[in-house]
Design a protein around this ligand. Structure first.
Ligand code: DON
Length: 606
């Protein structure tokens, strides 16, 4: 099946190719050699996929479209403050070659008209040769391959570019150009003579849409902070004295050139390139304008149309009563958490978090704050967070902690698009944020915060009578089991059992301390599936004949265990079958409980 996007572009191309309004540019003689029927459309996605139709690979000269990219280079080389003193960002409302200079400073209105572009070229780092090398290198990064100049067009423009030379001397006169104006105007002619195709233009536009990174080569062509300045000037000035109508009709930052190219940029979504040398009276590609109007309307590409509902940032809210930690607590702890776990709130966040989405999330947290002891912000479905949103979220986290409510993050490990802005936003006097690899670790930490309020026996030693496995056993039988057990102390971090271990008949009862049960993952990492504390048992599956250990067990801290050999229990059961019956009954109940809580969990997350 051919992609519907490709279908659409082919039908659009065939509908508009009949439009024969406009003339090929002629004031640069070499440009008259262009075939007026050349016509290509190309759309590139943020992961570098190109949908192209028509003459998408026909080379032609980039002309004024180069101005947007050279403006970015000047910003990167000289900085925004310096550049904005020399060239304004106001639409002139005049044609591209109008001498629109500020009457006082002589500064051109904006970098998209020829005067502003020639001034911008002169600000690119280095003397003329370096100046050109720099332009060449950066433009090639935007195109994603080495570039060539159309020497004929260059010569033709250089021989006829008297008006641009006059403009260059005026800029020199006003001190806007500091170096040799003729060297800069030559580099300006060269940049306008760079050969591109419609496909190249779409990739260059997509690189702007992708924050300065080429979506196919993944090479960063320009620091992201300059991109928004380039796009804003393209939006207001890129189409010259048609800029207002363009924004009204199409609604995307764009730039046109007398070679017949147009680029349009939808930030974060698409780059568009159109090529048709037939120009309208304003010097813009007539078919190019029609294509962009239709694309914007049919695909809803106008940047002024609402793209997302900030409330979409917040997905499910549920509590630790729905999804408790995987710890198997003693009865007192279990009872207490049953009463209080609803105070731990999970907030599942989605998509790219910007200020509007985070504002909605924080407001929702505020409405639930009275019944909350902790908020777990689960970010595994979040693609990234803006710096300003991260600042707001950190501020809210600090504010809530002053009210005794903890805000912790879950599932953000190794995700720089989230961790970097959050870390950057941590204020100097702020101890920083807590984050956990998964929700289970996060909710256990929050549960422990709740349990800190519970009066509990500090050394928390468990005794066999507490163990669910031995529940209902008469005292004498329990004494017998205790008698065949032997105590062993494991150091913090020590591995007690290894997943896959064979023929080991030991059953472990935890008298004190805590262990973590982990299962190995394909990538060699481990996933924690449970933590067990005093009064809990592990390794009991041997009683059901399972001789291979299904998980690894590590001591989280110093752990004192009573080890009971299954063979000893077998021996006692031969004499006291009640022991085996009770053990198997309790095992069955325990597995039923685990099944119920897993179903509850899945229901909570579904
Ligand atoms: O300077 C010139 O006149 C040409 N090199 C570029 C003009 C241009 O592309 C205007 N755009 N529509």
């Amino acid at each position: 099946m051919q992609s519907p996007i490709q279908d659409y572009l082919e039908s659009l191309h065939s509908q508009i190719k009949g439009l024969d309004a406009g003339e090929v540019a002629s004031y640069i003689p070499e440009l008259t050699k262009a075939d007026p029927n050349w016509f290509g459309i190309c759309l590139v996605t943020m992961d570098g996929v190109a949908y192209c139709v028509g003459d998408a690979d026909q080379p032609f000269t980039i002309q004024s479209i180069s101005k947007a990219f050279v403006y970015a280079i000047a910003l990167a080389d000289m900085g925004k403050d310096y550049v904005s003193k020399k060239v304004g960002v106001e639409p002139s409302g005049d044609a591209f070659n109008s001498i629109s200079l500020d009457p006082q400073s002589g500064a051109p209105f904006n970098p998209m008209i020829n005067a502003g572009a020639i001034a911008t070229t002169s600000m690119v780092g280095g003397e003329s040769v370096e100046e050109w090398r720099r332009i060449e290198t950066v433009m090639a990064s935007f195109m994603g391959h080495d570039l060539r100049i159309d020497e004929e067009v260059y010569r033709s423009e250089s021989q006829t570019g008297h008006r641009n030379r006059a403009i260059a001397w005026m800029l020199k006169n006003f001190g806007i150009i500091e170096g040799d104006p003729m060297a800069s105007v030559e580099n300006y002619f060269r940049q306008c003579s760079i050969l591109v195709s419609c496909r190249d233009l779409a990739y260059m536009a997509a690189t702007l849409a992708n924050g300065g990174v080429h979506p196919a080569t993944n090479v960063r062509a320009m620091p992201s902070e300059h991109i928004e300045h380039v796009l804003s000037v393209m939006a207001t000035c890129g189409m010259y004295d048609y800029a207002g109508s363009w924004l009204y009709e199409v609604g995307m930052p764009a730039k046109c050139g007398v070679g017949g190219g147009i680029i349009a940029v939808l930030p974060g979504r698409f780059g568009i390139g159109v090529f048709s040398p037939r120009l309208d009276e304003k010097g813009n590609s007539a078919r190019g304008i029609e294509v962009c109007k239709r694309l914007s309307k049919d695909f809803g590409l106008n940047i002024f149309s609402p793209t997302h509902d900030p409330r979409m940032a917040l997905g499910r809210i549920y509590t630790a009563a729905d999804a408790p930690s995987r710890r198997q607590p003693g009865n007192d702890v279990r009872a207490y958490l049953k009463e209080t776990a609803h105070r731990i709130k999970y907030f599942c966040l989605h998509g790219f978090l910007a200020v509007d989405g985070i504002e909605f999330v924080i407001r929702r947290m505020q409405t639930l704050a009275e019944q909350a002891s902790s908020f777990i912000l689960d970010l595994h479905q979040v693609d990234g967070i803006s710096e300003s949103a991260a600042r707001l979220l950190n501020q809210a986290r600090v504010g809530f902690s002053e009210d005794g409510i903890a805000v912790v993050f879950s599932r953000i490990h190794n995700r720089p698009a989230i961790v970097t802005p959050l870390s950057k936003a941590v204020a100097r006097d702020d101890r920083g944020f807590l984050s956990f690899e998964d929700n289970d670790l996060a909710v256990e930490w929050c549960e422990n915060r709740l349990l800190d309020k519970l009066e509990r026996d500090p050394d928390g030693r468990g005794s066999l009578v507490d163990a669910a496995l031995f529940k209902g056993l008469p005292d004498p039988l329990l004494r017998e089991v205790e008698a065949v057990s032997r105590a062993h102390v494991y150091a913090p971090g020590e591995q007690i059992l290894e997943s896959g271990q064979q023929g080991d008949g030991r059953i472990f009862f935890i008298e004190s301390g805590q262990v973590s049960i982990l299962v190995p993952l394909k990538d060699g990492a481990h996933q924690r599936i449970s933590t067990l504390g005093p009064g809990m048992v592990f390794g009991e599956m041997i009683l059901l004949g399972q001789t291979t250990r299904s998980a690894s067990v590590f001591a989280d801290q110093q752990v004192r265990c009573l080890i009971i050999e299954a063979s000893d229990l077998e021996r006692i059961s031969d004499r006291e079958p009640r022991l085996k019956i009770t053990l198997l009954e309790n095992l069955a109940k325990d597995m039923a409980n685990k099944l119920r809580s897993s179903t509850q969990w899945i229901a909570a997350l579904a």
